[in-house]
Ligand binder design. Sequence first.
Ligand SMILES: [Zn+2]
Ligand SMILES: [Zn+2]
Length: 270
Amino acid sequence: MKHRFASDCHNHSHCSPDGSDSIAAMLSRARELGLYAYTLTDHCECQKFEERYRARVEDAWAQMSDVQPPEGLRFYRGIELGQPNQDTASAAKALQGRAYDFVIGSIHNIRDFEDFFFLDYSGAPDGYIDSLLTAYWQELLEMIAWGDFDTLGHLTYPLRYIQGDHGIPVDLSKHQDAIDSVFTALIKAGKALEVNTSGLRQKIGRTLPDLPLLKRYHELGGKLVTLGSDAHSIADLAKGIDEGMDVLREAGFTEFAVYAQRRPEMLPLE
Ligand SMILES: [Zn+2]
Ligand SMILES: [Zn+2]
């Protein structure tokens, strides 16, 4: 890694339905790359907790607790909660009794819709995409009001598919007020904003959120940022983290956070 404090705090092992490698394999790759800190954050889609995720969450926790991290790697145990605002009782159950270091709050789908990954955007009527985005910002605000998470995961996730995979242009300027209210609420609640570097290796070709939005968050007083590659395999582990750190510096930040026991430790972007 180019940066001394390069850390990857958003990763999935085979404990996630879409992850492919064991926890031990992920940890050994993190050590091999020389990461300063490493956090595993397997999925829990809260609205599917009882039917699909309860056992996975228990299993991931047991495996993370049993594993012996390689010498010299700071390893933290996390979770990515999807849609906690849609099922707060399940979100509470996912966290209960497990002393996570780090909780990512994400919105992968808005209420009564599939994951943005699965939606059909072809031939969408005028205003359809804007209405999806409006609902997305609204649910992010609900999640922030709920509050039991540490960083907001991959803000602008829908654009990964709408703009990136489907090539549909989106004018975010129409949404600037809504985005500003998400940033303001996040800052007020003392939560962090994640820079998710998965976009750099996908069609969208930029971090989620990207440089202009990170500049805006900084301008509004945002100080807490975290970094994650969102790798689902050892092949993608830490991909884009160095570039993400450069983007943060360009946006005006001098430090970023790694969470242990749900508290931020500030590290220089060096
Ligand atoms: Zn996610
Ligand atoms: Zn993820």
